[in-house]
Structures are given as structure tokens and as C-alpha cells.
Design a binder for this molecule. Structure first.
Ligand code: CU
Length: 127
């Protein structure tokens, strides 16, 4: 009788384990399907490799961003992000706060003033 009881207990435990696994699998799939990965690109004013580092870091630090690459030649920033977590304008605001303006959000002047000379507007012919 004791053996039977422990047998059923084991059976019950393995069933709940399976349920747990199944439930977490469903939850995982559901959270994946809810993610809306979106890619966008826009102009960000900047000059050099230091600008690149600064611009990309400001965007990569945002929750929901999976990729950020700024091209110093074209001044175009490419971003992949979860559109359920943030809006594109928030990307513009984040980058502008570091002193690099976009066409939607003007650069933060104070931040821009504290940039190295080579990173400022007018530092090279590309501005
Ligand atoms: Cu620079």
C-alpha cells in the first residue's frame, strides 16, 4: 500500500513537471510571437569613429534595441528594435541627447558643446 502511494505521488509529480514544461513552452512561444521586430534607418549628424561609438552606444543602451550601426560616410543610422516596447521617436531623442541631431529631434546643445572638437558641427566638410 505504501509502495502504491509513492508510485502515484511520483506519477503526479512527473505530470506536473510535464505541465510546467508545456506551460513555459507555450509562454515562451507567445512572448516570441508578440515581439515586433522592426528595422529603421535615419540620418544622424556626426563626423568620425568617436561619433560612431557615441551614437551607437546611446541607442544600444535602450531596452528593446537589438542592433544599431551608424555609417560615418553616409551618416545613416540603422536600428533594429521591438516596436511594442518603444517608438522610433525615442531613438531620435536618445541620440540627440548625446549632442548628435537628427531630422526629427534637434541636438542637445549642452551635450554638443562638450564633445571633442572633431565631433562638432563644422569640424569637417561632411556637415
Ligand atoms: Cu566624432
Amino acid at each position: 500500500m505504501k509502495f502504491l502511494a509513492s508510485f502515484f505521488l511520483l506519477l503526479y509529480k512527473s505530470c506536473t513537471m510535464k505541465n510546467l514544461l508545456f506551460t513555459s513552452l507555450i509562454a515562451f512561444l507567445f512572448s516570441c510571437s508578440k515581439m515586433q521586430n522592426k528595422e529603421t534607418e535615419f540620418y544622424v549628424r556626426g563626423n568620425c569613429e568617436m561619433c560612431k561609438e557615441r551614437i551607437e552606444t546611446s541607442i544600444k543602451g535602450i531596452n528593446g534595441v537589438s542592433m544599431a550601426t551608424w555609417n560615418p560616410k553616409s551618416s545613416v543610422l540603422k536600428v533594429a528594435y521591438d516596436s511594442t516596447m518603444l517608438k522610433e521617436l525615442e531613438l531620435h531623442k536618445a541620440v540627440a541627447s548625446t549632442g548628435h541631431g537628427t531630422k526629427l529631434v534637434e541636438m542637445n546643445n549642452e551635450a554638443h558643446e562638450s564633445l571633442p572638437e572633431c565631433c562638432k558641427v563644422g569640424a569637417n566638410s561632411m556637415n
